[in-house]
Ligand binder design. Structure first.
Ligand code: NAI
Ligand SMILES: O=C(O)C1=N[C@H](C(=O)O)C[C@H](O)C1
Length: 271
């Protein structure tokens, strides 16, 4: 597994091409980060999108307004993302958010804000990779059929949060599916765990976080029944895996007012 850390130079083609007034004007927040720098390249490559601002932690959000951004992509840090999105919504800028750290309380605050700005759209996407979105959905689908379920997420060691947003979201979906089906919590006879070896518990689901050099973003949902196991695994080997979803979301968000949680809200999964 390889991790590309250096920003990729812009490819020849649309990057730097003259601005077309019909282009969607896009800004990236966190533009010098691992994901943000990849998103900058993806927006530059995408037909019909014009990159109008690349902002880092030192930059004022007012630059979004000055640049005439219509959509902002937030790929920053959990401590900054809510204020960034609030600013965007208050200025009528649609937001595509990949940053982790959103919980039920912050999502509720955002819903309330969006009610006062009914024309504005926000997507909070725990994961932009199509494979990861499907793995989450498959996990929720399978959850009620197995006695035991646990989640293992594995990431690069520079990640600042644990468990991953994707694992937390998967646990929420799995937990909800099991509760709705009346399935009991996974059996567990552990009586002593002085070192926390059983991991975090999110929505009644144990979640284990691995941080290892060489990894990018990986997850397994382990489902156990009598005499059998189903493993649903997804691997992002490169951040390019997130970019199809980022570009799709940028194109869609303006026509989806209100809050959408999860890229699957923009996809017809037929499930
Ligand atoms: N939804 C998805 O598919 C994915 C989400 N992520 C999430 O995206 C976030 C960023 O991840 P990485 O790029 O790996 O982190 P990173 O640490 O490489 O990049 C974050 C960047 O944001 C900048 N920043 C911090 N505060 C800022 C602010 N207030 N305004 C503008 N820029 C600010 C930092 O200086 C840094 O350059 C994390 O929450 C991560 O979990 C990461 C990969 C995929
Ligand atoms: O920090 C990362 O790298 C990733 N963050 C997101 C998460 O926390 O789920 C998405 C993906 O796992 C990569």
């Amino acid at each position: 597994m390889t991790e590309r850390t250096a920003p990729v130079p812009p490819p020849p083609g649309p990057a730097g091409s003259p601005e077309d007034p019909a282009d969607l004007r896009v800004a990236v927040l966190g533009a010098r980060g691992r994901m943000g720098s990849e998103a900058v390249q993806a927006v530059r490559r995408a037909e019909g999108l014009q990159l109008v601002a690349e902002l880092g932690s030192e930059d004022s959000l007012e630059a979004l307004v000055a640049a005439g951004a219509q959509v902002v992509v937030d790929l920053t840090v959990p401590s900054a993302t809510e204020a960034n999105v609030r600013f965007a919504v208050e200025h009528g800028i649609h937001a595509v958010v990949g940053t982790t750290g959103w919980d039920e309380e912050s999502l509720d605050r955002l819903r309330a804000l969006l009610e006062r700005h009914p024309g504005t759209g926000v997507l909070i996407a725990p994961n932009f990779s199509i494979g990861a979105v499907l793995a989450m959905r498959f996990s929720a689908l399978a959850a009620r059929f197995f006695e035991s379920v646990e989640i293992v997420e594995l990431h690069h060691p520079d990640k600042v949060d644990a468990p991953s947003g994707t694992a937390a979201r998967t646990a929420a979906l799995v937990g909800r599916a099991r509760r709705e089906a009346g399935v009991a919590p996974s059996p567990d006879a552990t009586q002593q765990d002085p070192h926390g070896a059983r991991g975090a518990v999110v929505e009644d689901v144990h979640v284990h976080s691995v941080r290892l050099r060489g990894l990018v973003a990986h997850q397994e949902t382990l489902l156990g029944g009598t005499g059998e196991q189903l493993t649903i695994r997804h691997d992002s080997f490169d951040r390019i895996s997130f970019m199809t979803g980022v570009v799709l979301a940028v194109r869609e968000v303006g026509s989806r007012p209100g809050l959408t949680h999860g890229l699957e809200g923009y996809l017809d999964l037929g499930l």
